[in-house]
Every structure is written in structure tokens, then in C-alpha cells.
Write a protein of this length. Sequence first.
Length: 595
Amino acid sequence: MIPSRALLPLLALLALPRCGPAGPARAEASAQDTITFASGWDFPRGSIAPVLAARGMVVSTDRVASEVGAEILRRNGNAVDAAIATHFALAVVNPEAGNIGGGGFLVVRMKDGTTASLDFRETAPMAASADMFLDSLGNVSDSLSLIGHQAAGVPGSVAGMWEAHRRFGTLPWASLLEPAINLAEGLVIHERLAYSLRMMEDRLRLFPATTAIFLPSGTAPRVGDRLVQADLAGTLRRIAAEGADGFYKGRTAQLVDEEMRRGGGIMTAEDLGRYRAVWRDPIRFGYRGHEVISMPPPSSGGVTMAELLNILEGYDLRRMGYLSAEHAHLFAEATRRAYADRNSYLGDPDFVQMPLARMASDAYAAERRRTIDRNRATPSSAITPGLGAADEGEHTTHYSIVDANGNAVAVTTTLNSLYGNLVTVAGAGFLLNNEMDDFTSKPGIPNQFGLVQGRANAIAPGKRMLSAMTPTIVLDPTGRVLLVTGTPGGSTIITSVAQVVSNVVDFRMDVATATLAPRLHHQHLPDTLRYERGGLTAATAARLRAMGHAVAERQGFQGDENSIVILPSGYQAGASDPRRGGAAVGVGEVRRVVQ
């Protein structure tokens, strides 16, 4: 519905982040009103509004999955219970990225202050080698690391959900898989899934088990058709009954082993049995009086975002104006420096030593800031890693959850590319990832996302590949949860999340405006500042070029941010990114506004 004029001012105040007494909040409302987007931008301010709720919020890339998570909250499950149920539902309703054959990361902040991060990233099979994707001439064979059986890392998603439940879950494990099992037995195809299947139709024909599930009549199904994933339902039942052992041992592990043998892959049942999800200390850093909590390596997201935002903290971004030439210039300069360090130093912490504390420090950010010319772009060729000599698919998915008690969870998970390596495990019904492409196949050679990475991320047996996934929770200056966020988007994940954090903290945007706002990206190499179509004015783009930037307008969108802001009232405000079209579903919704 369209809100009445009398209701709009109230909504504006409700949508503000927590910022102290009512007086300052009203001042911030007027400050936000001065923010404008380029006239050519597809998502003008007000094109979506937050969903507001009193007893919990789930925001994911799919409405059905969000409803599943919200129902768990209604049954008095906590945010972790809801995250587990949402994850398994996404594996069914969003097969292009949701998964049990992939991996990811989870960041949690419990109401008692307990904060943790869970690494369920995939690992290289024990038969993997550093040169496995090089041909006889030493050149990288992209097809092997992207399509087919050798591209798969050992999946971590089921172990991650099991470990999260073991530590924080409250409802019975099996009950959290029931919705996904029911969906796998028959799902009505919606527009987004139909489009995805149609777009990928030719590739989905490459492997018979994949074709049988997703193209059952020989062509891509249409909106309203029924998708039945009977083998996946069987696998989910084994997981529901046996926990992680239902995936990593027994019948499911045997089916994976047989699939690998048929297709010339290297993953074995022994690799599956060896896999463990790992609790790690999260990256924590301050930003303008707030505390940002994110993933440590093998996610590169937390430490790279720390370096990026620490550099930007030295500038008054709000004074410059949102996406002014000055703002965009400094964002690009900070980002190219942070990515230069990311690509050189980061990898699996169980295999390489990394200067994490130094990279995330204010002192190092000040050093990097001193190399920035406020009026001129620095060529990436002139930027070396700052500490001496020394990624993930566009089709990742992220969901954010807050429950009535204030527990907060941010989860990002992926198959890497759209539908992973395109291989469905026959008899088990799930797709495998192609995360082996996220390793450095050859130093200096870019991966599918153009990231040029170093030896720290070289392939090794049992090693976790470097990732850009950046699930993030931000605390306000009083220590209460303010923002829960994350996104898919490959190498653009870090810059997208950093911009949403800055939008909320620096520009005091409400969660919907922070989500709608146009995004920029620079990753050091290639040396190009990219912006979303229509996101910059022609004058701003021209000014950036005059400053020495190579500026390019991307044809598609960047990211799919799913975020929650906790309001001063205690209500949760959720927004799902209109770039891809998910859903925020609240428990005890107090108001839903559609504009």
C-alpha cells in the first residue's frame, strides 16, 4: 500500500539507525533528505521502504526461504535456528547459489555479548596439487577449474549448519530441515528461478543428472511449473536423521565418491569424512565510534574492509556529498590499496602467516592514506602491497537474521559460479561447487573475477581457498547491534558491504536507502573504477576521468545486499536488495510499506 502523507514523517523517523536522543535523530532525518542519487539510477530513493517488525526479521534472496526462517522464529527458535532452516530452504528454492554442496561463513552476536565466526569454507581434496589446472605448457586451463568434477572443493555447508546448531541452536535439528524437505518434494517455480534456468539451459545439459532435475521435459520449466527434487529430499532426510554424518559418511558420501569416479574427479569419501567446520576469532575494528564484526581468513572480507574503512575514516565523507567526484575518488583510492594487500598476503590461516593485525590497524591505514593524492588517481601499477614482499562467485547468496531477543546472525554461502560446477551428484540430488577456481592456479594470472592473487592462496591438499564473502554485524557506540548485512557478488562483495556500512554510519541512511544506493568497485587490478549503470552523473564520471581514473559503467548490477537495522525503538527494519528481488519477512510486523 502507499502510506498516507501523515504516516510518512513517522516512517522516516522509525527507519533511522540508533543515534541517541530524539533530537539528534530528527536532525539526521533532515540530513538524509539532502542525499540524492543520479537521475539515471534505476532505484530512486523511496522505491522500496523497510519492512518493520517487533519480534524478529529474516532477509534473504528468496521470499519462500525468508518465510521459512520467520516461521522458525514464530516457533520460538532463535536466530541461529532460523539461519539453519533458511540455509536448507535456500538449497532447494535457490539452487543456483543456495546449497548443501558448497560452503560459506557465519558471524553471530548473541544477546549476552557472545560473538563468534564460523568457517565452513570448502577445502581442496587431498589429491589436489598446486599445478593441477596447468597444461603441458604451464598455462592455466580455465575450463577444468570452473566446469566439471575436478573443480569441486570438499563441501562445508552441512558441517557448518551442524556446528552452529551444536553450539547455539535451541530447536530440534530435524525440525529445522522439515521445511526444506517438503519444498524438495515439490516447489512451484517462481519468476526468478524460471529466468535462471532459462538463462542456463544450455549449460544445464552438460551433465545428465543435472539435466534430469532441472530440465525434466527437455527444456527449462516455466513460471508456475512444479520442480520436484526427490533425490535431494532423500539426502535432506538422511541429514535430518543423522546430522552431519548423514552427509559426510554413509550413503551420501558413497554417492559423491561414485560421482567423482565417473567424472574423473579427485574428491573421495575419505575427503568428506575428514572435513570439519572451524570456529575462528572474528575480525573486529572500530569505525567512527561503531564496532564492525566480520569474518577473518580464509575470508578476505573482514580484514580488507577494515583497511578500506580505516583509510576512509580520515575523511569527512558526508561533507563531500554522496557519490560526489571527491567521495568516489577517495573510495577508489582506499579500495585499490586494500585490494593490493588482500591479493598479496591473504590465504588459509592454517597454511600461511598473515599480517592481519597490522593490516587492520589505524596506524597502517594512516600510512596508506598518506600516499593518496586527493586530486589525482594513483595508477595501480604504482601501488605495491604495503607490508613488503610477500575469491567467490557472483552467484553467492546472503541472509541476515535478528530474533526477538536481539541475537543476530549474518551468513554468506556459495557454489561460486551459477549452479557451481554444473555437476549434480547422481542419486543425491545436489549440485557441487567450483570453488577450486578461487585458488591461485598460477601467480599473476587472474581468476574468473579478474582477481590477480599471490602464492599465499596457492592450491594445497586440505587447504581452504581465499574468499571475498563478508558477513558483517555492526554495533552502535553503546554496544548494541545496529546493522546485520552481507551480499553475494564475487570480488565486489567487500566493496558492496563496505558501502552499506558507510551509508548507514556516515550518511545516516535508513536501511532501504542504504540498500538502494548505487555502488562502486575497484579491486586494484584491473585498474578500473566501475560503477553501476546510471549510478554516477555524467559530470561526476567526467571529473573522475580528469583526475586520472579509468572509469567504466557496468551493464549489470553489483551485489544483492540483504540487511537489517535495529531501530532506536527496538524494532527491526529489514530491506532486501531490489537488484535481484528477495524478501524481508518480519515476525510481528508493525508496518509494511510498498511505494
